[in-house]
Structures are given as structure tokens and as C-alpha cells.
Design a protein around this ligand. Structure first.
Ligand SMILES: [Zn+2]
Length: 343
């Protein structure tokens, strides 16, 4: 990064009401056909505009073209039956009706590359594009074919790698894999999770990132968090593995969470996206609150490796709240930058 304390969103932003029902996960589209394609492209422009006006430095598409950060990617793959769904427990936390893997999984054509090309045209600054990680993908499916979480994860890693290579060729500067499942299945993370993530990120000409969080501010997640105790040390198990990996950036949750900040110290040598915006509340942080979180992070990570970020995606929030939080994030980073003499 050219300037210290860059800023970025974790991934999603709320969608306009004319595109999809607001403040809802898996919200159905309000349009179809060509009108939907145009509306998605328009929404992406607005999402980019909101970030640029706020002063965010690494720009994403706000995931305006996808209904969900995992299932939309899977919908484009062969070997997955979306009609005959099964109920599974997601991240050991809540039940959801999910598609079923019924055969060899395959990506016939690119999924998000057109979106990435469109995003590339909307800013000259660095852009980030998000993809689901292999472990989080398998955790959102019922597997009736491989009958092995590890084998299915490797198959998805190959597919993700091809998609990520095309994203990088389209001009994406950072490809981020979202792996909230890394905060739950620690044995699998150690045995094959980080390896499949590295496979998904292999040989990319751009930077790579992984986002590990405690989830959206939905009720099942809030209840789960209440049971995690006074200190959340889940990252302690995964960060040393990621520090030894080839992934460049790690995105983590900090704001209003019980994650001890010193765990960032386990990510020595990595760029760290520190969540300085809580996505589980409509209360907008003040720039000074954001600055305080970033200052604490600076005890463990150098300014050029610190990226101020949101805890997670902001898709379930009202648009005005998300916009306010973007401004707070950029303004908080600017305060700290000025203190370091980088005004
Ligand atoms: Zn997240």
C-alpha cells in the first residue's frame, strides 16, 4: 500500500430497495432479465461511489450482484442440485435449507469476472474482490457425492483458483477468500483448511486475503457469541497457521468484540485488516472510536501493514447506517494517519 492505514470494507454493502429487499439475507431480486442485469450494474456504481466519497482507499463492489456471499458462487457450478435442498446445520450454529452436491463439481464459465471488469472501470485505485473460501463453501452444502468434507474442499479450491486467476487478469489487486468457518472447525483448519485455502490462492499475480469473522449481526450469531465467554481466543488457533501461509492479508473482527488485540501479534509479517466497524449494531461509530481501535492495533502491526476495515459484511444494515460507517472508518483512519505525520 502506498500510504499507511489504508481502508477497505470486508465485502458486502446494503443493496438499494429497487434491487433487493433491504436488511435481509438471501433477499430475492426485485427485477429479472436484462432489467436485473442493469440494476445490478447501477447498484455497483453507487456502492463504489459511496466508498469513494467516504474516502475509503481499497474499493470493493459491495457484492451488489450476489444474493449471498457463498450460494451465489455455488449456483454457477455444475454438480450441485439447487432444487432438492437439504437442511443442514451451518457452522454448528443454525439450520438452513441448502443445495445438495450430487456429482463432480465443475465451473463451466467464470462467475464474477464480468463484475470485476466493471468494477475495474469505476476507479483507478486498488480494488478488492471477494470469493467464498473452500471450507465455508462446503459448510453451506449437503454433500451426497464426495461424502468427505476434505475432498469436496479440494475440489472447490481448484475451481476457486481458476476463478481467482481470471479476477486477477481482469485487474483485481486483492482477491479475498471469506472463511468464517475457520472460526469454528479448528481441527479441520489445521489438517486441511489452510492448505485448501492456499490452493485456492496459488500462483495469483495479485495479493491474496482471507476474512475470518464471527458472522453477520443475525440472531443465531449473536446468541453464539454470548456463549463464547469473556475473551474470544478462536483466532489464536488459526493465526499461527496463516502466518506461515502464503496468504498476504488477514481480515479480522475487533470493534466491540472480545478478541484480545494482542492476537494480531501472531500474524507477524502479514497485512492485517482490523475490523474497526461493528456490523451488528446500527449505531454509527465516531471517527475517534475508529481511531482508538486502529491505534491499539498499531501496537502489534506496522502502519503500512494496517488496513482499517469493517468487522464483516454490511449487507443487513440500513443503507444510511452503512454510509455513515464508511465515513467514520475513513475519518478514523485519517486521524491516525495525521498523528503519524501522513496527513
Ligand atoms: Zn464476515
Amino acid at each position: 500500500m502506498t500510504q499507511p492505514i489504508a481502508t477497505a470494507i470486508a465485502g458486502s454493502l446494503p443493496k438499494p430497495a429497487w434491487l433487493a429487499q433491504p436488511e435481509k439475507l438471501w433477499a430475492p431480486w426485485q427485477l429479472s432479465g436484462e432489467a436485473l442485469s442493469q440494476a445490478k450494474a447501477d447498484a455497483m456504481r453507487l456502492a463504489v461511489d459511496d466508498q469513494l466519497r467516504a474516502g475509503i482507499t481499497i474499493i470493493g463492489d459491495g457484492e451488489q450482484t450476489r444474493q449471498h456471499f457463498v450460494t451465489t458462487f455455488i449456483e454457477h457450478l455444475d454438480g450441485v442440485d439447487f432444487v432438492n435442498r437439504k437442511t443442514v446445520r451451518i457452522r454448528d450454529r443454525y439450520d438452513a435449507e441448502v443445495p445438495m452436491v450430487v456429482g463432480a463439481v465443475e465451473r463451466k464459465r467464470s462467475v464474477f469476472v464480468d463484475d470485476a471488469r466493471r468494477l475495474r472501470l469505476l476507479t483507478t485505485g486498488p480494488i478488492k474482490f471477494t470469493l467464498p473460501g473452500p471450507m465455508t463453501m462446503i459448510d453451506t452444502l449437503y454433500d451426497d457425492h464426495f461424502r468427505s468434507r476434505e475432498k469436496l474442499a479440494w475440489a472447490f479450491a481448484e475451481i476457486l483458483n481458476r476463478e481467482a486467476l481470471e479476477l486477477a487478469e481482469a485487474g483485481v489487486d486483492i482477491v479475498q477468500f471469506d472463511e468464517p468457518a475457520f472460526n469454528v472447525f479448528f481441527d479441520e483448519v489445521r489438517d486441511w483448511g489452510v492448505k485448501t485455502l492456499e490452493r485456492a490462492a496459488a500462483n495469483l499475480p495479485c495479493k491474496t486475503a482471507v476474512h475470518i469473522c464471527y458472522g453477520y449481526g443475525i440472531e443465531a450469531n449473536i446468541k453464539w457469541k454470548e456463549g463464547l465467554g469473556a475473551e474470544w481466543r478462536q483466532y489464536e488457533q488459526t493465526f499461527p497457521l496463516l502466518a506461515a501461509s502464503r496468504i498476504h492479508q488477514v481480515s479480522l473482527e475487533c470493534q466491540n468484540s472480545h478478541v484480545p488485540m494482542e492476537l494480531i501479534g501472531l500474524l507477524d509479517g502479514k497485512e492485517v485488516m482490523v475490523g474497526a466497524i461493528d456490523v451488528a449494531t446500527n449505531r454509527i461509530e465516531t471517527p475517534e472510536e475508529v481511531a482508538a481501535t486502529l491505534r491499539r492495533a498499531l501496537q502489534w502491526v506496522k502502519p503500512h501493514r494496517l488496513i482499517g476495515c469493517t468487522n464483516c459484511g454490511m449487507v443487513p444494515l440500513p443503507r444510511a447506517v452503512a454510509r455513515g460507517k464508511l465515513h467514520a472508518l475513513a475519518a478514523g483512519a485519517a486521524i491516525v494517519r495525521a498523528e503519524l505525520g501522513w496527513a
